[in-house]
Design a protein around this ligand. Structure first.
Ligand SMILES: [Zn+2]
Length: 443
C-alpha cells in the first residue's frame, strides 16, 4: 500500500465539554481525529459534512449539543456579486498602491475580525508547534522581521511548519510537503504612515448620519432601477491599478510558467516592495478553495486586509475554476449566527450553509430566519430529504483499521473487543464515502 495515496487517521474519543472560543462558556463539544495523512478527496468529503482542520487535527462539532453550532459556509464564486462595501475595500487598497499613503480614518468600522479563522481551543494536546514560533520562522525565511504575531488566543491552532516554500506538488493536505504561491505586489513609493485626523479641524459629528441618509437615498434608487449587468467584475476592480501603473502593482498568481499550483495547502503571500504584509493559508481541494487562516501586519489594519484577502481568494477560485469546472466554491470555514464577528462571512454573495441533517447546501438568506429562532436548526426545507451519504451497517463493516501492525476490516478488528458503538459514531460523523477510504489507526 502506498501510504502517500491514502488517508490515515487516529480517532479521539472525547465526549467532554470544553471552553468555547466564541461565547467563552464551558459548553463546547466536538469530535475529532488526528490526520497522519489526508488526501484532498477525503478532506473535501469531510468538509462537506461539517468537518474542518486545524493543522493536522480535524474536528466536527456536535451540532445539537454544543453552545455555538458551527455551520460550514461556502460562496458560489461563479455567481459572485461584489457589494458596494467590498468595492470600497478594493478601491482603498488600490489607492494606497498608487500614493503609498495609509490613512487612518477614525470612522472606519471594521466588520472583520483581526484574522479570519476559526477558533478551536479544545482539541487534545498534541505535539503542535507554537504559532508564534511558526510565524517568526516563516518570516525569517523571507528575511523579514517587522511583522508582529497576531494576538489570537489559539496559539497552538495551526501548524505552519508543515507549509514550506517548496514548489513541490502534492495532492495531500496533511503531509510534510506543501506549496507556496506568491502574490507579489510591488510599489516603488516608500510607505508613508498617515497622521490621522487633522486635530485643527472640528470633529465631523454628522458623518454617520449623512452616510445613513445617503444609503437610504441610494436604497430607494436601487429599488427603482435594478442593477445593470455591465458592471465591472471583481477581476476588473482588482486589476485597475495594474492597468494604470504596472510598475507599482505586479500581482503574481503562480510561479513562472505554471498555470495553477495543483491541489494541497498553500501560503498566498502579499508583498509590498520587500515587505510581507499579509499571508493567507488556503487549501485547494477538488471542489473548492478553503480558507484556513489569514493574518496580516497590524500596521496595515486600516486597509481591511481580511476582506481584501478573501476577495483575492475568491478571485483565485474563479481563476482555477476556468480549467477545473468543479472547483466552483470558496469555503470560509464555519459560520456561527450568534457570533457577530462571523457575520462578515455571509456578506460574500451568494453564500450557502450546509444543513446539519441532510448535508445539502441552503442559501444563507433562508437559514437566517431559522437560526434567529434556534441556534440549532435543520436547514433543509424539504422534510422528506435525507442524508444520501448516511452509512449502513455494511459500510461500517468495511471500515479499514490498522491494529497491531495489521490492516484489517472493522468486522475482524471487532473480534478484539466490542467497539461497535464507537465505530457507529465514527461512521455517522465521516459518512458513507469516507467509511470506504479512511484508515483508522487503533492502538
Ligand atoms: Zn460557545
Amino acid at each position: 500500500m502506498d501510504l502517500n495515496k491514502v488517508s490515515v487517521v487516529r480517532w479521539f474519543e472525547d465526549t467532554n465539554k470544553h471552553s468555547c472560543g466564541y461565547c467563552k462558556s464551558e459548553n463546547s463539544i466536538s469530535q475529532g481525529m488526528w490526520a497522519e495523512s489526508l488526501t484532498v478527496d477525503d478532506y473535501q468529503e469531510l468538509i462537506d459534512r461539517g468537518w474542518r482542520r486545524s493543522g493536522k487535527y480535524c474536528y466536527k462539532s456536535l451540532m445539537e449539543q454544543t453552545c455555538c453550532p458551527l455551520y460550514t459556509i461556502k460562496c458560489d464564486v461563479i455567481n459572485f456579486l461584489l457589494s458596494k462595501s467590498q468595492k470600497k475595500v478594493i478601491k482603498r487598497f488600490n489607492k494606497f498602491l498608487k500614493d503609498g499613503n495609509i490613512k487612518y480614518e477614525d470612522n472606519i468600522q471594521f466588520e472583520e475580525p483581526d484574522n479570519h479563522s476559526d477558533l478551536h481551543q479544545n482539541h487534545p494536546k498534541m505535539n503542535l508547534s507554537d504559532l508564534s514560533a511558526s510565524i517568526s520562522n516563516s518570516i525569517q525565511q523571507n528575511n523579514l522581521t517587522s511583522i508582529e504575531t497576531p494576538s489570537t488566543s489559539n496559539t497552538d491552532e495551526i501548524d505552519l511548519n508543515e507549509m514550506d516554500n517548496s514548489q513541490q506538488k502534492t495532492e495531500k493536505i496533511c503531509d510534510k510537503a506543501s506549496n507556496s504561491s506568491q502574490l507579489k505586489v510591488n510599489t516603488k513609493t516608500p510607505l508613508k504612515v498617515g497622521v490621522g485626523a487633522d486635530p485643527t479641524k472640528p470633529p465631523c459629528k454628522k458623518a454617520k448620519i449623512l452616510r445613513i441618509e445617503r444609503k437610504k437615498a441610494k436604497g430607494l434608487q436601487f429599488q427603482k432601477s435594478p442593477p445593470v449587468s455591465n458592471q465591472k467584475s471583481l477581476e476588473q476592480f482588482l486589476e485597475e491599478v495594474s492597468q494604470n501603473d504596472k510598475k507599482k502593482l505586479r500581482p503574481k498568481q503562480f510561479p513562472e510558467g505554471i498555470d495553477g499550483p495543483g491541489y494541497g495547502s498553500f501560503h498566498q503571500q502579499y508583498w509590498i516592495n520587500d515587505r510581507l504584509i499579509a499571508v493567507g493559508v488556503i487549501d485547494i481541494l477538488p471542489r473548492c478553495v478553503s480558507s484556513v487562516y489569514f493574518f496580516y501586519d497590524p500596521d496595515y489594519r486600516s486597509l481591511t486586509l481580511g476582506t481584501y484577502g478573501s476577495l483575492r481568494e475568491v478571485q483565485l477560485t474563479r481563476y482555477l475554476q476556468k480549467n477545473l469546472p468543479h472547483l466552483s466554491s470558496y469555503y470560509m470555514g464555519f459560520y456561527i449566527h450568534s457570533c457577530p464577528k462571523m457575520r462578515y462571512k455571509g456578506k460574500l454573495t451568494p453564500s450557502y450553509l450546509v444543513c446539519p441533517e441532510t448535508y445539502h447546501w441552503v442559501p444563507i438568506e433562508k437559514c437566517i430566519t431559522l437560526l434567529e429562532a434556534n441556534k440549532y436548526s435543520r436547514l433543509e426545507e424539504d422534510i422528506d430529504a435525507i442524508d444520501e451519504n448516511l452509512p449502513t451497517q455494511r459500510d461500517i463493516s468495511e471500515i479499514q483499521v490498522v491494529y497491531q501492525r495489521h490492516l484489517m476490516h472493522y468486522d475482524d478488528f471487532d473480534e478484539f473487543g466490542d467497539e461497535s458503538e464507537k465505530f457507529k459514531l465514527i461512521a455517522n460523523f465521516i459518512g458513507k464515502k469516507c467509511c470506504r477510504s479512511l484508515i483508522f489507526w487503533e492502538q
